[in-house]
Design a protein around this ligand. Sequence first.
Ligand SMILES: Nc1ncnc2c1ncn2[C@@H]1O[C@H](COP(=O)(O)OP(=O)(O)O)[C@@H](O)[C@H]1O
Ligand SMILES: [Mg+2]
Length: 468
Amino acid sequence: MNRPPNRRILLIDDTPSIHEDFRKILTPTVEHSVELDEMEAALFGTTTKVQTQAFELDSAYGGQEGLQRLHTAMQQEQPYALAFVDMRMPQGWDGAQTIEELWKVAPDLQVVVCTAYSDYSWEDLLLRLQAHDRLLILKKPFDNIEVQQMANTLAAKWDMARRASLKTIHLEQLVEQRTQALTLAGQALQQEIDERKQLESQLVQSEKLASLGQLAAGVAHEINNPVGFISSNLGTLEGYVKQLQQMLDAYQQAEEALPSGECLDQLITLRKAMDLDFLKEDIPLLIRESKDGIGRVTQIVKDLKDFSRVDNNEKWQWANLQQGIDSTLNIVASELKYKADVIKHYQPLPEIECLASQINQVVMNLVINAAQAMGPERGTITISNGIEGDQVWLEVADNGCGIGADSLQKIFDPFFTTKPVGEGTGLGLSLSYGIVKKHHGDISVRSEPGKGTTFRVVLPIRQTDKPL
Ligand SMILES: Nc1ncnc2c1ncn2[C@@H]1O[C@H](COP(=O)(O)OP(=O)(O)O)[C@@H](O)[C@H]1O
Ligand SMILES: [Mg+2]
């Protein structure tokens, strides 16, 4: 910004002698300058000699040539501060047109119109040029000091305007920079807020799980006992009933050998009244249904126990995730058989440090959910995995019914299920969530209703902080 002041002047006049005069006034020899300084001191009463810098004067003898010089000067980044333009130039452009053309190229050029007489009235000229703040009028014949002072003042004015505009540009750049910094800070803040919100909701989720875990552990413990003896009693009962039936069959055969009489009549009446044949058929059925029911309760209790991890004394170990997936797929093969084809996209994976059977359980939940999401048509379940930095990822994608936006927020909640009683407990995903979090991993879901769902599990390869 601290350039030397611009002392460059362009003179456009068709009379060569005028150029000579201007040169004498504006680019004087040393004596000349001293002489002028003395004159100036006499005129303005200044005693201290002001060292005025010399001007650099370029000459043009017509409007077009002047414009050409201006172009060249601008290209060389040596702009003129001001131009003296003769008003009356019979060949080519006149002064007014020349000035118009000059300002098209350099709007900040200060201009002095030099004239003895003009083809315009001054009003017309000022109206035409519309730039009263850049235009001075110098009438011939010139007074030397007048010319010199005009040059001095206008050059200083040009410099000041240039400096002000540079400052404005600088200020605008500063504002732009600050705005950018503010925008960035705003974005960072928003990101932090989002992250916090997410952490908060994860915390809420973990706390929900923890308290439900305790509840589930208590319930599981309480139910486990009676379920245990009901189940074992049912087994014993089934055996007894079988024996009783054999006994009854024997009695029934013995019946035939009985002589007719009151005793036989009584037996036959009683047998018919209680419909013994039906009872013989129905009792084993009832027992089987009860055993199924209690089997389901046992499964739920087991899920609850897994969920609360009361029985959990599994050790951390290095395990091959793909082997785990494959063996889990074998276990659930019968569930998948009629519902979906499984496609595998495996990439070579390192072993990961994990609680292997719990990870298998996550895979099982995801795969069974995927199978259950299929409609009447056979679907596809795609299992892929890969490695990303110091983590491995696993995706289970299906082309089933998808999950609506309402449900999507709740699927990891314990006991949230959209499945009929007996088919879903609503524990699978919350259990999986807990397991993945325990591994310091992440589980997420993308779903499009009607199109399908993809669950993604990310697990660190190595556990740095293993919970017990
Ligand atoms: N792959 C899937 N496609 C569609 N819905 C799913 C899928 N996985 C989970 N869900 C939804 O999330 C709910 C909760 O799943 P989950 O916790 O495993 O419990 P459950 O399977 O016993 O219902 C399911 O009832 C179902 O609505
Ligand atoms: Mg499930």
